[in-house]
Design a protein around this ligand. Structure first.
Ligand code: THU
Length: 133
């Protein structure tokens, strides 16, 4: 069913849950799955991938943006993220910045406080536009 922002959020969250089942999180015991819609209708997903060298762990959003580029690029329009129980999770600060690069301020995020644009989750963001002279 279509919800806020013209998105079937239940379906997108299901894709995030499925990705979460493939997470590699033996150190934190905290699997994460992320899913997003692309402006051409594709769905891209990612899961977190940890490492014995703890600081090298990759968030689920890293895998998601990698899949975005590796399957044709485009812009992210809708995003959701879940924990190991399948409950909504808000992306960490670093991942908000990752998402900003490929979705910009208008990217819609499903959060416990409702569907919000990334502009509200990462106010006054630094982005590619600041590097143009
Ligand atoms: N994690 C993500 O994958 N995405 C986030 O936005 C928050 C945190 C992962 C990183 C680590 O593998 C685990 O959750 C616990 O912090």
């Amino acid at each position: 069913m279509t919800g806020p922002g013209g998105c079937d959020w239940d379906r997108l969250r299901e894709a995030a849950r499925e990705a979460m089942t493939r997470a590699y999180a033996p150190y934190s015991g905290y699997p994460v799955g992320a899913a997003a819609l692309v402006d051409d209708g594709r769905t891209v997903t990612g899961c977190n991938v940890e490492n014995a060298s703890y600081g090298l762990g990759l968030c689920a959003e890293c895998g998601l943006v990698s899949q975005l580029l590796n399957t044709g690029g485009g812009r992210l329009t809708h995003f959701t993220c879940v924990d190991g129980r399948g409950e909504l999770l808000v992306p960490c600060g670093r991942c908000r910045q990752l998402l900003y690069e490929f979705g910009g301020p208008g990217l819609l995020l499903q959060t416990p406080a409702g569907v919000l644009p990334l502009a509200e989750m990462l106010p006054q963001a630094f982005g590619p536009e600041h590097l143009t002279t």
